[in-house]
Every structure is written in structure tokens, then in C-alpha cells.
Design a binder for this molecule. Structure first.
Ligand code: BGC
Length: 732
């Protein structure tokens, strides 16, 4: 215990310090220009910056906690309060503590399908609606920023985070990302497109150094970010954990300054991924503006052995380190000012000073649930339907076996920072029961436990039980796939195969019932060769969010006609994947040796037959294509519903380049259109081509080049189901 007198002096001297500090800083007038909403962001930032001390500026470059930037009470600068995404607002504990899905204070929000499922809808309007739901909930929960969308490309089927992104094609990923970002920003919420750049494997994600050539970066890994900047004017970009060509992304001037700002004109701020910084001057001088996390939360976390072991780096932009770097001349004050200016500019633009998000709106409203349900409906891809076993009819299929580790457990999302805690989640079993109606006899059997989960009975007993149930049913629906513990941020999948025992379960059920239907909930392709020829139908449901079960039931029974199309190629085996042999790398180095030949570009080039091609997806009706017209820059084609049910087709346009001085892909996606048609109805769909669609990236001139020549237009129902072709000449 301190003696009373000492305590008195202590209090006195503390008061003196505060007084000195306050006296040193001029008072802020109530009518200071930066407080005036009528002025533009630029003027307000200028005024505010001029009032800030070097210390106050330095404080703004790092977070104050796990999920918040540093506020400034003297000047009335609010904190940017963040929330993880991208498929809903993630749970967090306390206002700025460690986000954790297993939190003791649950925050619930609407769980939408994972990015890969949204991409499978090819529906930009839907993506915008989903993003609006997320932004509304961000505000309702009193936050300002959503850490999404994820637009990293699916390079290998084993990447643990494939489910978060929009698949293997840069054009599709770009369209999706732009729709998401525009919608979030329209709500005054800050998005953060992530992870820049080339975060395509979780294996050693903090240490891996990726060698990627300039053309490949620009043609495959950059376009979604470029579009986010150029078309959506994105307010924030999150740098990635990995190194690209020898430099960590958060200290990579090539990425953050030359590419993002100088070439694309990015005007927002760069936020680091959580614990991805390794120096003070390296990050600031490269153009990284806000280090996350910060404060006490960062210090506690940074000192944990597992954080160190993983290779995270953090705590480099604390105010004392920034000030020291400026004093030592390693960083200029102008560079610090610039970082603060960028952050403030976004804060003013988003309205954080004028309309703080105090929270309190509704979360998980009926309208938001409806968006989640529509999204789940549209995300499902019908991969196979032999003999028209689907849709099921309650008349013919009286007794239905529902089997498998994902039947009675809702797998709403993959694991990691994107996992949302919804109010409720509909399982496949519940959805099937509801869709089948009261007259159906639904029998459930587990068949096998999900790898890593507790078994109630020995595996053989579980399988035999399921086989017996299947044998005595009209239809057997086997719901398999992954779980968030097996497919997640932080590690890659062990293999492309289904987790242990699921292939054998499907084979056994298929042996017992010829009407076996497989439903897969997973974030990326799985190997199917063992059983694909023996089952009647396969439906890919991805991680469908809280309404996935309803969607599965409705698609199986035909209340919803499936319209999803694959945003990734399904290889027969992992060995067929173009990146095979160049993943995960050796001694912390990986070379993207397949170059631009990622996904279908690789399958086309090497003439490898996939199990299911990019863009594939069946419907319960049929579509005819005719009358392709090219009136440059417009391409149009007529699509007719030639079947007996209303349905939606996703018409895809691929462009085949003329012979070129560089090696170019056989074809590339350059347009798509969703079209809803009644039976017998015909509609004309149009696509717009521009010069960018014809161009390749020329590393010699560091720019895009469109060579003259004859281009072939391929329009069809998938990348390998081309129904109409035409040509046009590009003249110089
Ligand atoms: C992830 C980011 C996420 C952040 C904050 C990181 O580990 O890579 O995507 O937004 O954590 O939770």
C-alpha cells in the first residue's frame, strides 16, 4: 500500500501531465470545418489532419483492440468497429475482443451461403441482396466495417478457404466482388476486399513465399481486386498473410503502392490481415495503413506460443514504434500523414462521423431469411440426374431413407473467421421432411460419423443399419461432405476425397438401392470416381447457410428447379488439377508453375477431361440456344425453354482468341446471363464485349494488349457444352 501522501502526489502529477497535454493542444472549435457534413471529405480530412499531433497520427495506424481502430476522444474521431464476414456477420466477444465463434456472448446473424455457393448462382442481383443483408446487420450490431468479400481464386481443390471465395475464374470472381462491394458501400458500411494478393493455400500461410509471374498475377489473381478498385471504388483492401515474390504482402510496395494505387487508382486504405506485419518502416513505406489487431488484445495474443509458432507477426505500428521510426528517419512524417489521411477519408466518406452506427436494428428478419433461402436455392448445382430420378414425387417415393453425416447436422459454413452463428439452421433432414410432406415415411440413419466427431456406435454397425434402411426404401438420399473442422481457414484439406468412410458408405448404399441420390455439402470439389457411376443423382449444396436444408428439400422435390452452375472445375482426381505438383511447395516456397492455366484454362490446354466442367449444372427442364448475333460490342442469343417446367438457365459466353504472339488459353469466360423462362418461352439474352475481354497481359510492356484478329464467340450451358458459336474480327 502506498502512503496517503504519496498517493496524493501521484494523483497530482498525473493531473499535471493531463493538463500539460491538453494545454499543448489547441482547443477544437465546435464549428471546426472537419465537423461540418456539408464539406467534402477531402476538405474535412485536410482540416482534421492539421489539428492532429504527430502522436495522435501515429496512434491511428494500429488497432485499439481485436476488432476496432483507435478512436480519439479529443478530436471526436470514432473507432472503426469491424466485424468478420464475408457470408454474414461473425460472432465476437465484447466490443473489441477476440472474435470467436465459440463465444460466451453469442451474436447471431443471418447465415448466407458461402461465397462459392453464391458464385454458383451466377446471380449478381442476388449477391447484392445478400451483401445488403450483411451490411444492414453490421449496422444493427453497431459495427462499421465488414471484413469481406473474399475474392481469392480457387487454385487447388485442397485450399482450406475455397468455400469463402468465388471459384476459379477471375471474371466471375470480379463480377461477384463488385456486386458485393457496391451493395455494402451503398449502406454506408466499409467493406474490405481480401486477401491481397494470392492467398490460395492455408499451408504455412504466414511463411509461404509464392513465386508468381507478372502475367499470371494480372490475368488470374489480380482481376477481382482490380475490378473492386476500378469499378466499385472499394474503400478498403486487406493485405494477405503470404509472401508474393519474396515479400510479405503487408510490406509489398509492388502490390500496395505500384499496383493498387498507382496503376489502379485505389483511394481507400489498406488494412493488414490479423497479425501479418513484420516491420514498422517496411509496412508504412510499402503503403500499408492500418495494422490489425492492436492494443492489449494484440499483446496478449502475440505472446501466445501458438501465435508465434504459426508465424504471425504483429505490434509493429504501435504509436511508440511509429514515432521512433519517424525520429530515426526510417519513415517520413509525410508517409504517416498519408496513412492517416486515407483512413480518415474513408471514415468521412462512409459517414462514420456524421451517422455513427449506434446499433439496435433488426437482425435475422423475415426478409433477411428470405434472401438466405433464395440464395441457398440458387446455389445448389445438380451435377447428375440419370433416368430423371429427380425431382422426387411424394406419390412415387413414399419411403425415403435419409442417410449420412451431414443429414441431421446443418453445415452452414466452412471453418474459421467467416463462420456465422445463425438463430437457427435447417438441416437437410428437416428440409426433406418438410418438402416431402406428411404422407412420406422418412427414415434417418447416420451411416457413419463425420471424421473427428464422436461415434455412438461402431462404424460397421452404423453402416449396416443404414444399408438395411436404404434397402427397404424407395429412395436413399445420402448427405455427405465436409465439416468446419475439416475444411477451414488455417489449414488445407488433407485430400480431395470425402472424409474417412464416406465413399464406402455411398458405395454400400448404392449397392442396396438403385435410387441413390448423393447430396454433398462441401466448399470445393471432392473425388467421386469410386461411386459416380453407381448413383442415380448428385446434388452439390456447398455450405448453404441457415436455409440450406429447405433448399435441398425443395430442389429434391422440384419446388425449386435447380439453376446453379459450377464456379470451379471438378477434376476426376487431384492429380488432374493443373496446380498438382506445384502445391503446397517445398521449404516454404511454392511456384505457381501452371501460370495462367488455372482451373478450366488448364484442363482445356492439356485436354484433360474433368469429371464435371466449369459452368456445368443441370435443370429439370431443357434449354435450346439459337440465333447467335454479333453486332459488336453486343452479342445476343435466343434461349428457349424446350421442356415442361419453368426454369432458369445461366448462359455463358466464352471468347477464343486468335493465334497470338503469346500462348493464350483456349477460351475464357467473358460474360454470363441468368434467364428465367416458362415452358415454351424464348428470350434473347445479350452480352457486352469490350477491349478488356479481348486482351492479355503483356509483361514486356506491363500492360494489357488486344491483338487484332478473328475471335470466336462460344455461348453455351457450360465451358464444355457450347451451343452457339460466331466470329468477329478485331481490327487495329
Ligand atoms: C483472416 C481474415 C479475417 C481476420 C480477422 C484472419 O485470420 O485471414 O480473413 O478477416 O483474421 O478475423
Amino acid at each position: 500500500m502506498l502512503p496517503r501522501i504519496a498517493l496524493f502526489f501521484l494523483v497530482l502529477s498525473a493531473a499535471a501531465v493531463v493538463a500539460v497535454r491538453l494545454r499543448a493542444q489547441p482547443a477544437v472549435p465546435a464549428l471546426a470545418p472537419y465537423k461540418n457534413p456539408a464539406l467534402d471529405a477531402e476538405q474535412r480530412v485536410k482540416d482534421l489532419l492539421a489539428r492532429m499531433t504527430p502522436q495522435e497520427k501515429a496512434e491511428m495506424l494500429a488497432g485499439s483492440g481485436w476488432m476496432e481502430s483507435e478512436p480519439n476522444a479529443r478530436l471526436g474521431i470514432p473507432a472503426i468497429k469491424m466485424a468478420d464476414g464475408p457470408m454474414g456477420v461473425r460472432n465476437w466477444r465484447g466490443s473489441s475482443s477476440v472474435t470467436n465463434a465459440a463465444s460466451t456472448v453469442p451474436v447471431t446473424s443471418t447465415a448466407l451461403p458461402a461465397g462459392i455457393g453464391m458464385a454458383a448462382s451466377w446471380d449478381l442481383e442476388l449477391v447484392a441482396r445478400g451483401a445488403r443483408v450483411i451490411a444492414q446487420e453490421v449496422k444493427a450490431l453497431g459495427r462499421d466495417m465488414i471484413l469481406g468479400p473474399t475474392v481469392n481464386i480457387s487454385r487447388v481443390p485442397l485450399w482450406g478457404r475455397n468455400f469463402e471465395g468465388y471459384g476459379e475464374d477471375p471474371y466471375l470472381a470480379a463480377r461477384m466482388g463488385v456486386a458485393y462491394i457496391k451493395s455494402v458501400q451503398a449502406e454506408g458500411v466499409i467493406p474490405s476486399v481480401k486477401h491481397f494478393a494470392a492467398n490460395n493455400e492455408e499451408y504455412e500461410r504466414h511463411r509461404i513465399d509464392e513465386k508468381i509471374d507478372e502475367r499470371t498475377l494480372n490475368e488470374i489473381y489480380f482481376p477481382a481486386f482490380k475490378a473492386a478498385v476500378e469499378e466499385a471504388g472499394v474503400w478498403a483492401v486487406m493485405s494477405a498473410y503470404n509472401k508474393v515474390n519474396g515479400q510479405w504482402c503487408a510490406e509489398n510496395p509492388n502490390l500496395l503502392t505500384d499496383t493498387l494505387r498507382k496503376r489502379w487508382g485505389f483511394r481507400g486504405f489498406v488494412i493488414s490481415d490479423w497479425g501479418s506485419t513484420y516491420s514498422t518502416e517496411g509496412t508504412i513505406n510499402a503503403g500499408m495503413d492500418l495494422e490489425m489487431p492492436g492494443g492489449e488484445a494484440m499483446r496478449i495474443w502475440a505472446n501466445k506460443p501458438e501465435t508465434k509458432l504459426a508465424g504471425n507477426g504483429s505490434g509493429w505500428l504501435t504509436a511508440d514504434k511509429v514515432m521512433a521510426a519517424v525520429s530515426a528517419g526510417r519513415v517520413t512524417q509525410a508517409a504517416v500523414d498519408e496513412g492517416v489521411r486515407r483512413i480518415l477519408h474513408v471514415m468521412f466518406t462512409a459517414g462514420l462521423f456524421d451517422h455513427p452506427h449506434v446499433g439496435g436494428g433488426d437482425v435475422d428478419t423475415p426478409e433477411q431469411r428470405q434472401v438466405a433461402r433464395t440464395a441457398a436455392n440458387e446455389s445448389i448445382v445438380l451435377l447428375k440426374n440419370s433416368g430423371g430420378v429427380l425431382p422426387l414425387s411424394a406419390e412415387k417415393s413414399r419411403k425415403i431413407a435419409v442417410i449420412g453425416p451431414n443429414a441431421a447436422v446443418a453445415r452452414t459454413g466452412g471453418g474459421g473467421s467467416s463462420l456465422v452463428r445463425p438463430e437457427y439452421a435447417i438441416t437437410a433432414l428437416d428440409g426433406i421432411k418438410e418438402a416431402a410432406g406428411p404422407r412420406a415415411d422418412i427414415v434417418h440413419a447416420l451411416g457413419i460419423v463425420m471424421e473427428g466427431e464422436d461415434a455412438a456406435k461402431p462404424p460397421l454397425e452404423l453402416r449396416e443399419e443404414a444399408v438395411a434402411v436404404a434397402r427397404h426404401s424407395d429412395v436413399a438420399i445420402v448427405v455427405v461432405g465436409y465439416s468446419p473442422k475439416l475444411e477451414s481457414e488455417g489449414f488445407d484439406r488433407k485430400s480431395m476425397d470425402l472424409p474417412a468412410g464416406q465413399d464406402e458408405l455411398i458405395e454400400a448404399i448404392a449397392g442396396a438401392n438403385r435410387n441413390t441420390i448423393v447430396v454433398v455439402a462441401a466448399g470445393a470439389p471432392v473425388t467421386m470416381t469410386k461411386w459416380i457411376g453407381r448413383v442415380a443423382a448428385v446434388l452439390y449444396a456447398w455450405y448453404g447457410g441457415q436455409e440450406a436444408g429447405h433448399a435441398i428439400g425443395d430442389v429434391l422435390f422440384g419446388a425449386v428447379n435447380p439453376s446453379g452452375k459450377l464456379p470451379v472445375t471438378f477434376p476426376k482426381a487431384f492429380q488432374d488439377s493443373p496446380a498438382f505438383g506445384h502445391y503446397p511447395g517445398e521449404n516454404l516456397h511454392v511456384e505457381y508453375a501452371e501460370g495462367i492455366y488455372v482451373g478450366y484454362r488448364g484442363f482445356d490446354k492439356h485436354d484433360v477431361e474433368p469429371l464435371f466442367p466449369f459452368g456445368h449444372g443441370l435443370s429439370y427442364t431443357t434449354f435450346d440456344y439459337s440465333g447467335l448475333k454479333i453486332a459488336f460490342p453486343t452479342v445476343s442469343v435466343s434461349v428457349r425453354n424446350s421442356g415442361t417446367r419453368a426454369g432458369t438457365e445461366v448462359a455463358q459466353l466464352y471468347l477464343q482468341p486468335p493465334p497470338s504472339r503469346v500462348d493464350r488459353p483456349v477460351k475464357e469466360l467473358k460474360g454470363f446471363a441468368r434467364v428465367m423462362l416458362q415452358p415454351g418461352e424464348t428470350k434473347t439474352v445479350s452480352f457486352m464485349l469490350d477491349k478488356a475481354a479481348m486482351s492479355y497481359y503483356d509483361s514486356a510492356v506491363h500492360d494489357w494488349v488486344a491483338e487484332p484478329g478473328r475471335f470466336t464467340v462460344l455461348v453455351g450451358a457450360s465451358s464444355r457444352d457450347i451451343r452457339a458459336t460466331g466470329e468477329f474480327e478485331l481490327v487495329r
